[in-house]
Design a binder for this molecule. Structure first.
Ligand code: NDP
Ligand SMILES: O=C(O)C1=N[C@H](C(=O)O)C[C@H](O)C1
Length: 234
């Protein structure tokens, strides 16, 4: 598969290494300042850039008729625009807050736990995420997906960063040296605490999942999710 990498930072470089090991070719790569290769040679684009650059990168791929996998977080208020553009171009698009298989299983475990815990009103649920110091957005996209999963089964009306409001689901975001991505869901009562934790040991899980999504998307038309890619039921 011929891949264009839109964004060539920590994730772009990890994807390049693993894609080459899997026998794929990188035909184009770009940063905010430079690019090399021929974008139109690509069969699929994998986009991990920044919240400010994501919409223009995704649009560039859809306009060129190249299926696009986007992992960038912090831009989802524009998701509807990208869906419309994808439909207009009869294109192919997947975005996910987290491409790792483990986190996508965690999303389902989280929803199951939230449903199970819903009648037990003595427990208060909260979400914590920890990431490296360079991360631009907070809370993480993954923490938002986790919160949305909990809210499907909770009396809380919304999620908020650092809130003590009872009606809102509290998300805490911590930044620490070199943490790849840790997410913890806690159900706390005065008697005990039940915790679910996912801890990424490297960026390879995110990168492998994005390559898997690109392999899945390459010959398809439409808008898909990681649940489609992994065959996980809703
Ligand atoms: N969905 C998932 O599974 C995961 C998502 N992410 C998300 O992916 C994104 C990138 O993460 P990461 O690789 O760690 O970040 P980095 O900061 O390490 O890399 C970002 C890259 O994007 C480039 N870039 C910025 N603007 C543009 C542009 N207009 N066109 C092309 N490239 C551009 C940067 O270039 P320059 O250096 O010149 O600024 C840099 O090469 C973040 O939003 C992060 O949250 C991260 C891991 C997993
Ligand atoms: O910026 C990161 O590094 C990560 N970002 C994603 C997010 O915002 O959820 C996924 C992963 O946690 C790493």
């Amino acid at each position: 598969m011929k891949i264009a990498l839109l964004g060539y930072g920590k994730m772009g470089k990890t994807i390049e290494k693993l894609a080459l090991e899997k026998g794929h070719a990188i035909v184009f790569k770009s940063t905010s300042e430079s690019s090399e290769g021929n974008f139109n040679d690509a069969e699929v684009a994998i986009e991990f850039s920044s919240p400010e650059a994501a919409v223009s990168n995704i649009s560039k791929a859809l306009d060129a008729g190249i299926p696009v996998v986007s992992g960038t977080t912090g831009w989802l208020e524009k998701y509807g625009e990208m869906v419309k553009l994808c439909e207009k171009r009869n294109g192919s698009f997947i975005t996910a807050s987290n491409f790792s298989v483990g986190v996508n299983l965690f999303f389902s475990i989280n929803e199951y736990a939230a449903k199970l815990m819903a009648p037990w009103k003595d427990y208060n649920v909260s979400v914590e995420e920890i990431h490296h110091l360079q991360k631009k957005d907070a809370p993480s996209g993954t923490a938002i997906t986790i919160a949305e999963g909990i809210l499907k089964h909770s009396d809380k009306k919304d999620w908020k960063l650092n809130t003590s409001e009872e009606n809102s689901l509290n998300i805490t975001a911590k930044r620490e040296e070199d943490v790849k991505g840790t997410h913890i869901v806690s159900f706390d009562s005065s008697i005990d605490t039940i915790s679910l934790k996912h801890e990424a040991h490297s960026r390879e899980g995110f990168a492998l999942g994005a390559i898997l999504a690109a392999e899945y998307l390459k010959d398809k038309k439409g808008i898909f999710t990681m649940k489609d890619v992994l065959g996980i039921e809703d």
